[in-house]
Design a binder for this molecule. Structure first.
Ligand code: PLP
Length: 424
């Protein structure tokens, strides 16, 4: 694999961009590559290498890249306006569509990124309940801001109490955040019984996509919603990954559940900058009553609205989610067979179009703590061998499938997996 030009650019980037990357999460993705363009499920780097992509830009590219439907919608909108800092008819069209497809969502407020939308949800929940503490779970990621970048990837010795995710996070900014192990309903129930009067909201990824794609235990999410309701606490599903991915209606539809609020980003606009907080109308009354605000220069930018509507129209096609799920399950079974054949201990967890591999584990993990036992060195070796095969994977073992992954890509990936396990 050639990487001369990427290496040169990396060196040049480090001179003018700290660490040479625009998001710290990317600096661990080695070798650091620069990409020139992307088309369908393929990424092309500056050295002329082509990769079959399973990163989907960390999730958003559910329709791949350069999709004609999204391109046309965006180009058409480009001629009319980029962003107006004012109302646009597509805001109403998109909001109506979201209310249609997201079960139990009665209203939506638009933002640009998942991090921002999470902050809006927290603020609205605080204004609604008049309480300030928030609860999150170990291993869950809700964006990079100080009050939620807490116990995201704690070391084993840090489990059990809130741990800041990086330097520059004063306790005063995460002191209102309480942390619990996930998939442990009794721990949540005890906390709510004791401190529910202080707690504004409980945030959870409905599938723990950011730490090994752990699935919720039967009844856990339902228990979160019910216990929150019992204690006057707002339940918030962070659907930044599951939204428009596990089903058109996200985890709400997939699990048949209706938390008070949900947060969407990533796949909602197929790679354009769009996020939304959705929930019960009554909760948004705090905005109507002027008790709090939700703001942003680029909120509801017309170009992103057009991209979101085009993406959702693509995802609304009949058997789209069956295809995504079938592809994902076929890949997982291929991975498992190849691992078993090679005598490599590995399991996968997650669901159709987003799942994770866990080397060194014999059972699918149920929470962050259980993922800590995985063999990360083996995962890194697997990833770099797959890269040589022309398959691009995220560094944490997560795979994302999009609607442009088809039979040809599945066959090519199977061959790459078989060859890679033979080398492992
Ligand atoms: C579940 C979840 N919530 C929030 C975020 C933050 O979203 P963004 O990176 O768009 O700010 C992410 C990003 O990966 C995420 O996975």
């Amino acid at each position: 694999m050639k990487h001369l030009h990427s290496d040169q650019l990396y060196k040049a980037a480090c001179e003018v961009i700290p660490c040479g990357v625009s998001s710290s999460m990317r600096k661990n993705v080695q070798p650091l590559q620069f990409f020139e363009r992307a088309d369908g499920p393929y990424f092309y780097d500056v050295d002329g290498n082509r990769f079959l992509d399973y990163t989907l830009a960390w999730g958003p590219l559910i329709a791949g890249s350069n999709h004609p439907v999204i391109n046309n919608a965006v180009t058409e909108q480009l001629q009319k306006s980029y962003t107006l800092g004012a109302q646009h008819p597509l805001e109403v069209t998109l909001a109506k569509r979201l209310v249609e497809v997201l079960p139990g969502v009665e209203q939506v407020a638009f933002s640009n990124t998942g991090s921002e939308a999470v902050q809006s949800a927290i603020r609205i929940a605080r204004a609604y309940t008049g309480k300030t503490k928030i609860v999150k779970f170990e291993g869950h990621y809700h964006g990079w801001l100080n009050n939620v970048l807490v116990s995201y990837k704690p070391q084993a010795t840090q489990l059990g109490s809130p741990a800041p995710g990086c330097g520059g996070q004063p306790v005063s900014e995460y002191g209102e955040t309480l942390v619990l192990p996930w998939n442990n309903l009794s721990a949540l129930k005890s906390l709510l019984a004791e401190r529910g009067h202080e707690i504004a909201c409980v945030l959870t990824e409905p599938i723990l996509a950011n730490s090994g794609c752990c699935m919720p235990l039967e009844g856990f999410l339902e228990g979160v919603i019910d216990s929150c309701r019992e204690h006057g606490v707002v339940s918030v599903f962070d659907e930044v990954i599951t939204g428009f991915r596990v089903a058109l209606g996200g985890a709400r539809a997939y699990f048949g559940l209706q938390p008070d609020m949900s947060v969407y980003a990533k796949a909602i606009a197929g790679g354009f900058t769009m996020a939304a907080v959705g929930g019960r109308r009554e909760i948004f009354d705090v905005l109507r009553e002027g008790k709090t605000i939700h703001a942003g220069t680029y909120n509801g930018a017309s170009i992103n609205l057009a991209a979101a509507l085009a993406t959702i129209s693509l995802l609304s096609a009949g058997d789209c989610y069956d295809k995504l799920h079938n592809y994902g399950f076929a890949l997982r079974s291929c991975l498992q067979q190849a691992a078993d054949k090679a005598g490599v201990t590995m399991v996968t967890s997650g669901t159709g179009s987003v799942f994770s591999t866990h080397f060194g584990l014999r059972q699918t993990p149920l929470n962050y703590e259980e993922t800590l036992q995985a063999d990360t060195a083996m995962l890194a070796r697997f990833r770099s061998l797959m890269l040589v095969e022309g398959v691009l994977l995220l560094p944490d073992g997560r795979w994302y499938i999009g609607i442009t992954h088809g039979a040809e890509e599945l066959a090519a990936t199977r061959r790459a997996i078989e060859r890679t396990f033979a080398k492992l």
